[in-house]
Design a protein around this ligand. Structure first.
Ligand code: ZN
Length: 268
């Protein structure tokens, strides 16, 4: 198929790109022996239904794989294949260990194997592809992040290697313990614009990403940004894990009573 690549904007062959990496579906299928559970804000899919579209040229597909996805697939949690990211955290000492909520904060700056640049690139690529295209899951339009033209463009330049990570973006990375109910889950990013800025949550095989965007991001959010903080903070916390479990069980419950033939993206 010929067309204009949404990332580098060159005209030529376009590949079939996935909104949620194909490797994740495969990992779930292999580990559980049953189709993946993909949670969307209003719909639960429990079959091998993948969201695909021809939006990227082969070079940009490769860029996404090399700069983010390959690393994340190697270090994420996969049943029977371990959880490298968590193993690395487990042998290091937390810089903060809170009394309540079981929160532990780790610094990845002293752990050279942890590439926070790859984690950041990966979540940025998920957010960007969600925002620049109306993805369909089967016949339904999937609710995906809507970041607006300005931030889409900032992310596009970053993903292309032509700009730094946008100054109005921040990311938190949480590690989900393997004993959690939501450990092997993958969601599409959910959230939206809060009063002052955008906040999205994305759960991917043991790793929970919180992505912030907007010029009014709280200073504390920036201070704890996994990518930007000198300490390269990573979090492990029962409270965060429980919150995710609650979000997901709500999605599952809602999908049982809501039959959605089609969803429109926010703002359309
Ligand atoms: Zn391209």
């Amino acid at each position: 198929m010929l067309g204009t690549c949404k990332l580098c904007r060159s005209y030529g062959e376009l590949r079939e790109s996935h909104f949620i990496p194909k490797a994740a579906y495969k990992a779930i299928q292999q580990s559980s022996g049953s189709p993946p559970v993909i949670i969307k804000p209003e719909v639960l899919i429990q079959k091998n239904e993948q969201m695909v579209a021809n939006i990227l040229c082969p070079d940009c597909e490769q860029r996404f794989a090399e700069n983010g996805e390959d690393w994340v697939m190697k270090y994420c949690g996969r049943k029977g294949k371990g959880f490298k990211l968590k193993d690395l955290i487990d042998v290091s000492k937390p810089v903060v260990s809170a009394e309540s909520g079981g929160l532990k904060v780790y610094s990845a700056s002293g752990i050279p194997q942890i590439d926070v640049g790859k984690l950041t690139y990966f979540i940025s690529s998920i957010m960007w592809r969600g925002s620049v295209h109306t993805w369909k899951s089967g016949k339904d339009v999937s609710v995906t992040p809507v970041l607006g033209k300005k931030y889409e463009e900032e992310l596009r330049k970053f993903l292309l290697g032509k700009a730094e990570f946008p100054k109005n973006a921040a990311v938190w990375v949480d590690i989900i313990p393997p004993n959690s109910d939501v450990w092997g889950f993958v969601t599409t990013p959910y959230g939206g614009k809060q009063e002052q800025f955008w906040r999205y949550q994305f759960l991917f095989l043991g790793i929970s990403f919180t992505f912030f965007m907007g010029n009014r991001i709280d200073p504390d959010v920036r201070r704890f940004c996994t990518f930007r903080s000198p300490e390269k903070f990573l979090f492990v916390g029962d409270d965060a894990t429980e919150m995710l479990a609650r979000d997901i069980s709500r999605s599952i419950k809602e999908s049982k009573r809501v039959c959605v033939p089609s969803l429109r993206r926010q703002g359309e």
